[in-house]
Design a protein around this ligand. Structure first.
Ligand code: SF4
Ligand code: SF4
Ligand code: SF4
Length: 187
């Protein structure tokens, strides 16, 4: 048992989208599907047309925040959304009735409808794929050329992520909502 989380050195993101492609490949998401499991937000574009620029720190790579106090789990009427033994928020597609309550409740817009199963899906920290095969990295982490993501066990004081969070300042998105995300953005 672990308590998985992810640290993102987001200022290193160059918006190459390798993470999006790797996630789709690993988790069977259709190529071309937008904002399915993972995306890179562009915070702001500076300048005046036609002299526009985007600084690298304007990219905000994102995915499900794996909240410890997840509104999506609270509202799910069938308990299709649940915390697994590693604290990962998951969806049991057999129980999902596509009521969309969770999609409306998620403050991070992290859920989508999988057209093939006609149920809700989202980032699973690669639990069904890479972790199930005994790997210790996620596809998005593994492929990133600038090493934005560090995935690991928050309960292990010796893990790379625990050491990063002890030694680097960090923040969570919409922390004021009390969702207690397990994604941490390093400053
Ligand atoms: Fe649920 Fe959204 Fe939090 Fe993910 S980010 S655990 S989908 S509320
Ligand atoms: Fe639960 Fe599915 Fe409804 Fe979401 S859409 S709240 S996972 S039953
Ligand atoms: Fe996709 Fe896995 Fe990264 Fe989640 S952890 S965004 S499922 S590659």
């Amino acid at each position: 048992m672990a308590r998985y989380g992810m640290a993102l050195d987001y200022k290193n993101c160059i918006n190459c989208k390798a993470c999006e492609v790797a996630c789709k490949e690993e988790n069977g998401v259709l190529l071309g599907a937008d904002k399915h499991r993972i995306w890179v937000g562009v915070n702001e574009i500076e300048g005046v047309w036609p002299n526009l620029s985007i600084s690298s720190s304007s990219f905000l790579p994102s995915q499900c925040q794996q909240c410890d106090n997840a509104p999506c789990e609270e509202v799910c009427p069938t308990h299709a959304t649940y915390y697994d033994e590693n604290g990962v928020v998951r969806v049991d597609s057999d129980k999902c009735i596509l009521c969309s309550y969770c999609m409306n409740a998620c403050p991070y817009d992290a859920r989508y409808v999988d057209d093939r199963t006609v149920t809700v899906d989202k980032c699973t920290f690669c639990s069904d794929t890479r972790l199930a095969r005994g790997l210790t990295t996620t596809a998005c982490q593994n492929t990133c050329p600038t090493k934005v993501r560090t995935f690991g066990d928050l309960d292990d004081p010796e893990s790379e992520i625990s050491i990063l969070l002890k030694t680097r300042d960090h923040f969570s998105l919409k922390a004021n909502l009390g969702t207690e995300p397990k994604l941490f953005y390093l400053t």
